[in-house]
Ligand binder design. Structure first.
Ligand SMILES: *[C@@H]1O[C@H](CO)[C@@H](O)[C@H](O)[C@H]1NC(C)=O
Length: 254
């Protein structure tokens, strides 16, 4: 009898603890004209959320929850086929050929939504969109209810159309499906902001990062982008929309 009571108390505690911890909702919306496979990867010490990845056809939304102190990244994969044994399974953002990334990050380049939730620790929630490793899709982030100061706008141009040849990622049909950052493409300190270039004073915008900034002004175009395009807003729900205006405002007719 006693052990039954203990078990019941433990179950209650688990249930209560669970509902307390899972406090933030992400709503991921696919407004792209193509299917995407959104993915999540936690930073060290944080759990996998949304199973690590899922399929999202055009026009669909998926909601999932995260512990209120979750840290990690959310991105979208394109051109996936998980039924074959093809590796990688996705043309962009692939994580070891798996549908559910299970803690693995994606292969760059992919546009990253980076999130630092701090719940009710008295510290704010931070989020940004990063092109530091490159770009695959445009994305916007907003709170629900919407507040303009809490939102990260999408791109005004389709970076895949503007991508310089030396940064292009092509699929087997020769279409540009992603655009590497200069750091990813050339792996040199001045583009990657490391070693002698490891401070904001030393690591300056380049022709490449300026092109990213021009197309997607609300994103990190390189590691020390100034002012930091970091948003700090508390909300119970964040809406992440891929291709909010098709591929970019200049492509609104797609
Ligand atoms: C996925 O790959 C399999 C095996 O190669 C193929 O038969 C199928 O047509 C592919 N599916 C799509 C949607 O391309």
């Amino acid at each position: 009898m006693k052990s039954l009571q203990v078990a019941a108390a433990l179950l209650l505690l688990l249930f209560f603890g669970h509902s307390l911890a899972r406090a933030i909702t992400f709503s991921v919306h696919n407004k792209c004209p193509i299917s995407i496979w959104p993915a999540t990867a936690p930073n060290t010490g944080h759990p996998v959320i949304a199973g690590g990845g899922f399929y999202l056809p055009p026009g669909q939304t998926q909601r999932f929850e995260a512990p209120k102190t979750w840290n990690g990244r959310i991105w979208a994969r394109t051109g996936c086929n998980f039924t074959s044994n093809r590796q990688p399974a996705c043309e962009t953002g692939d994580c070891d050929g798996r549908l559910q990334c299970n803690g693995l990050i994606g292969t760059p380049p992919a546009t990253l939504v980076e999130v630092t939730l701090q719940g009710d620790t008295g510290k704010p929630n931070f989020y940004d969109v990063s092109l530091v490793d490159g770009y695959n899709l445009p994305v916007s982030v907003a709170t629900r209810p919407f507040s303009s100061k809490c939102s990260i706008g999408s791109c005004s141009k389709n970076l895949n159309n503007l991508c310089p040849q030396e940064l292009e990622v092509l699929n087997k049909d020769g279409e540009v499906i992603a655009c590497k950052s200069a750091c990813l493409a050339f792996n040199i300190d001045s583009f990657c902001c490391r070693n002698d270039y490891g401070t904001p004073e030393k690591c300056k915008p380049t022709m490449y990062s300026k092109m990213f900034k021009d197309a997607c002004p609300s994103y990190y175009s390189y590691a020390f982008d100034m002012p930091p395009p970091l948003v700090n807003c508390a909300s119970k729900e964040y809406v992440i929309t891929f291709c909010p205006s098709a591929w970019g405002a200049d492509q609104a007719s797609i």
